[in-house]
Design a protein around this ligand. Structure first.
Ligand SMILES: Nc1nc2c(c(=O)[nH]1)N[C@H]1C(S)=C(S)[C@@H](COP(=O)(O)O)O[C@H]1N2
Ligand SMILES: [Mo]
Length: 201
């Protein structure tokens, strides 16, 4: 397994201050749980993950099929819009490059959908080229249900609301469609280094 270190530090040094985006603080060893609803309980025998276009299912994996895909380990800093950041979080999972494969040429955005109804939108070119993963392991352990287990998105260069927990489906779209928080006043894009917290920022 490749071990990558991707801090998205943009040439900054390792000093904590330089790794904190504006308006953020280092939460240290804590790992807050932020969920808009109850934690879904999906048994692994019933879990699947699929990629759709506007009309069809293009790809689908059972849990065992997903676990057999090529895996990567990543160590990244994460940034929540509620102002906590957490350094050097270690995850394992499958790159979205692997899951998306060749997408229809009209694809510009993806909409991620989770058990429980949560959605979030992302530009295609920000979840490809090694910038996003479907992760099932955190710090060497199966991802805890409250943190999105069995599997969640990890898109560390954007605020953490874009990292959908309990994600089950990606829909490929030629246009942008706001997700849950993006509809309720969060910024559509969510770059922590530009402080894109709320719509209008
Ligand atoms: N399905 C789902 N995914 C979600 C959320 C949610 O409520 N439901 N909350 C988002 C927000 S606002 C944040 S900050 C992170 C929190 O992840 P954590 O609970 O593992 O810290 O998950 C994101 N993904
Ligand atoms: Mo958040």
């Amino acid at each position: 397994m490749t071990v990558l270190s991707r801090g998205f530090r943009r040439g900054r040094s390792d000093r904590a201050d330089d790794r904190l985006p504006p308006g953020q603080y280092d939460v240290g060893d804590a790992f807050p749980v932020l969920s808009a609803g109850p934690t879904p309980q999906t048994r692994l025998e019933r879990w699947d993950f699929s990629v759709h276009d506007q009309t069809d299912e293009l790809r689908r994996w059972t849990w065992d099929e997903f676990r057999a895909l090529p895996r990567e380990a990543v160590s990244v800093d994460i940034h929540c819009v509620t102002t906590w950041s957490k350094f050097d979080t270690r995850w394992e999972g499958v790159s979205l490059d692997t899951l998306l494969g060749d997408v229809p040429g009209t694809t510009r955005y993806i909409l991620a959908a989770s058990d429980g109804g949560y959605t979030t939108n992302l530009p295609l070119d920000e979840v490809t080229a090694g910038r996003a993963w479907l992760v099932d392991t955190y710090e060497g352990q199966p991802l805890a249900p409250e943190h999105g287990g069995p599997a969640r998105l990890l898109v560390p260069h954007l605020y953490f609301w874009k990292s959908a927990k309990w994600v089950r489906r990606l829909t490929l779209l030629p246009y942008d469609e706001p997700g849950f928080w993006e509809t309720f006043g969060y910024h559509n894009h969510g770059d922590p280094w530009r402080e894109e917290r709320y719509s209008g920022d």
